[in-house]
Design a protein around this ligand. Structure first.
Ligand SMILES: *Cc1c(COP(=O)(O)O)cnc(C)c1O
Length: 492
C-alpha cells in the first residue's frame, strides 16, 4: 500500500483548482441558461474532489487492494456458499442485447429473453424435482416469504384457516422464523438431536391440524444431511401440513439428489449461492420458488409460459398471489444462472455436490485433532468447529478468525450457528484445489500452535491488515458513512 493514499478520502488528496477531466464547452446559450427556472439551478458549488486523473486511478486501485474477495483468496465462509462465479457469466449477462431491454416492451420483441427465463424455470425444475418455478423473488428470504404465501394460499383455498403454525428446527437460519412471522404465521421451534439432525420425537409432539408447514434446510445449517426426511415427510403430510425446503445449501446436493424426490412441496433456490452470482455487498440476488404439481396456480404473478405454437407469453393468473417483485425479478442474475447451468451441463453439474462435500470433509478431518468438532460425522458441504480444542489460553474463535486475515485467508463464518459458543463454520466450495485446501489447513494448524505458545499475540490479531480491530458495537450503532459526517465528527 502506497502511504500517500493510505486511509485517505479522495477529498483529502486534491488541491483547489486541480482537474483530471475537462468538460466540453456548454452548448446552451446564455439565454437558455437564463431561462431555466430558478429552482432548477444549483445554489452552491457541488463540492466535488479536485484531483488529477492519476490520483483518481491510484486512489481507487489502492482502495480495491484493501478489500478481500473470492477473487483475491480462499473464502471459506459457511452458510453462504461464497463460490467462484465464472467471469464469462458476468459478460453474458452484460451483453447489450440483454441490458438494453425494457420490462415494458411488448412480449413479441423480447421472445429471446423470455426463452432464457422459461428455460431456466425448466432447468431448475429438473434440478430440484419440483414441477413449476417462479423466478420473481429477489433473494432467499424473499423466496421463503413467497413460498409460505403459496402454502397459506393453498390451505386457505381449501377453507382450512386453522393452519397458522410453521415448524422450524432450532438449527434453522434466522430468516426462516422471520419469514414465517412476516407472513403472519406463528413459529414453533423444535429441537435437534446431539447428532445435529431434527428430533423426530419432538416433531411428533408438535404435529396437529394447526400445522401449515415445516421448514427444513438439507443439509442443515450444521452441514449435516437430514437422513430422516422420508419419515418427516410422511408425518407432516399425514397431518395435512406441507414441507418447505430452504435451498440455500443446495450446492451440497447439486446433481446428487433432489428435494422434490425427498417429498418437499415448496422450496426456494438462492441463485446467488448455488448458481453463479457474487453476493458480497448484498445483491442483487434471486430466490426462485418451486412447487410440486397441484400448487402451480398459487405462484405469484406474472408468470412466463410457453404457448402451443412455441412462443412465450407473460401470464397473470387470476388465482395466483399478487406480485412479489417489480416485473419478473432480477433478470441479470437469471442469465448468469442459466449460463452457468449450460456451461457445466448435465454431465458436470453432478460433480458439484460431491466435490464440495469431499473438500469440506478433507478440511474437517485434517483439523479435528486441534479444533473442537462437536458433531463428528461425515458432513456435506460445510461443518462447524466449536473453537480450539485447547481453550486453556482463552483464545477465542474471534481471535482465530482475526489471525487468519494476517495469513491472507478470509475468515470462516463465526458465532453461527448459535448451537455452540465458539462456532467456526467452514465451507470450501467445490472448485477449490487441494493445494489451496492444504495451505488453509497448514495455517489453521499454525494458529492452533500460536494459541498455545503466544496467546496474547493472537488476542491482538490481526497485525498486518489496513484496519485492525474496529469497535463492532460503535460501527453498528454509530456508522460514519458520509464525508460530511466525518468532517463534522472531527470538528467536534
Ligand atoms: C443465506 C441463507 C438464507 C437467506 O437467503 P438470502 O438470499 O440471503 O436472503 C436462508 N437460509 C439459509 C440456510 C441461508 O444460508
Amino acid at each position: 500500500m502506497n502511504n500517500t493514499f493510505y486511509g485517505k478520502l479522495i477529498f483529502e488528496l486534491g488541491e483547489t483548482g486541480r482537474v483530471g477531466y475537462s468538460l466540453p464547452k456548454n452548448e446552451l446559450s446564455d439565454y437558455n441558461i437564463a431561462s431555466l427556472p430558478q429552482r432548477l439551478k444549483r445554489k452552491e458549488k457541488m463540492g466535488l474532489p479536485e484531483v488529477d486523473e492519476l490520483t483518481v486511478v491510484r486512489h481507487y486501485t489502492n482502495m480495491s487492494n484493501n478489500n478481500f474477495g473470492v477473487d483475491t483468496g480462499f473464502y471459506p465462509l459457511g452458510s453462504c456458499t461464497m463460490k467462484y462465479n465464472p467471469k464469462i457469466n458476468e459478460e453474458i449477462s452484460n451483453m447489450s442485447s440483454f441490458t438494453s431491454l425494457h420490462p415494458l416492451q411488448s412480449v413479441d420483441t423480447v421472445q429471446g429473453a423470455l426463452e432464457v427465463y422459461y428455460n431456466l424455470q425448466r432447468s431448475l425444475s429438473e434440478i430440484s424435482g419440483l414441477n413449476e418455478f417462479t423466478l420473481n423473488p429477489f433473494a432467499g428470504a424473499h423466496g421463503e416469504l413467497t413460498g409460505l404465501m403459496v402454502i397459506r394460499s393453498y390451505h386457505n383455498s381449501r377453507g382450512d384457516y386453522k393452519r397458522v403454525n410453521v415448524i422450524v428446527p432450532d438449527s434453522a437460519h434466522g430468516t426462516n422464523p422471520a419469514s414465517a412471522a412476516v407472513c403472519g404465521l406463528k413459529v414453533v421451534q423444535i429441537k435437534s438431536l446431539a447428532d445435529g439432525t431434527v428430533d423426530v420425537e419432538d416433531l411428533k409432539a408438535h404435529l396437529d391440524d394447526t400445522v401449515a408447514a415445516i421448514m427444513l434446510t438439507n443439509p442443515n445449517t450444521l452441514g449435516i444431511f437430514e437422513h430422516n426426511i422420508p419419515e418427516i415427510a410422511k408425518l407432516v403430510h399425514d397431518c395435512g401440513g406441507l414441507l418447505y425446503y430452504d435451498g440455500a445449501n443446495l450446492n451440497a446436493l447439486l446433481g446428487k439428489c433432489r428435494p422434490g424426490d425427498m417429498g418437499f412441496d415448496v422450496m426456494h433456490i438462492n441463485l446467488h449461492k448455488t448458481f453463479s452470482t457474487p453476493h458480497g455487498g448484498g445483491g442483487p440476488g434471486s430466490g426462485p420458488v418451486g412447487v410440486r404439481a397441484g400448487l402451480e396456480k398459487f405462484l405469484p404473478n406474472p408468470h412466463v409460459k410457453k404457448a402451443e405454437d412455441g412462443t412465450f407469453y407473460i401470464d397473470t393468473d387470476a388465482e395466483a398471489l399478487g406480485s412479489v417483485s417489480g416485473f419478473i425479478g432480477n433478470f441479470g442474475v437469471m442469465i448468469k444462472a442459466y449460463s452457468y447451468i449450460l456451461t457445466l451441463g448435465k454431465e458436470n453439474l453432478k460433480y458439484v455436490g460431491p466435490f464440495a462435500t469431499l473438500n469440506a470433509n478433507y478440511i474437517k478431518d485434517s483439523l479435528k485433532d486441534v479444533y473442537e468438532l462437536p458433531i463428528d460425522v461425515v458432513c456435506k458441504h460445510e461443518f462447524v468447529f466449536d473453537g480450539l480444542k485447547d481453550k486453556s489460553q482463552g483464545v477465542t474463535t474471534m481471535n482465530v478468525a482475526k489471525r487468519l486475515l494476517d495469513y491472507g485467508f478470509h475468515a470462516p463464518t463465526i458465532y453461527f450457528p448459535l448451537l455452540f459458543h465458539e462456532s467456526l463454520m467452514i465451507e470450501p466450495a467445490e472448485n477449490e484445489s487441494k493445494t489451496t485446501l492444504d495451505e488453509f489447513i497448514a495455517v489453521m494448524r499454525k494458529i492452533a500452535k500460536e494459541a498455545a505458545e503466544d496467546p496474547e499475540m493472537l488476542k491482538a490479531a490481526p497485525h498486518n491488515t489496513p484496519v485492525r480491530r474496529p469497535d463492532d458495537t460503535l460501527a453498528a450503532t454509530h456508522p460514519i458513512v458520509t464525508y460530511r459526517e466525518l468532517l463534522a465528527d472531527s470538528a467536534e
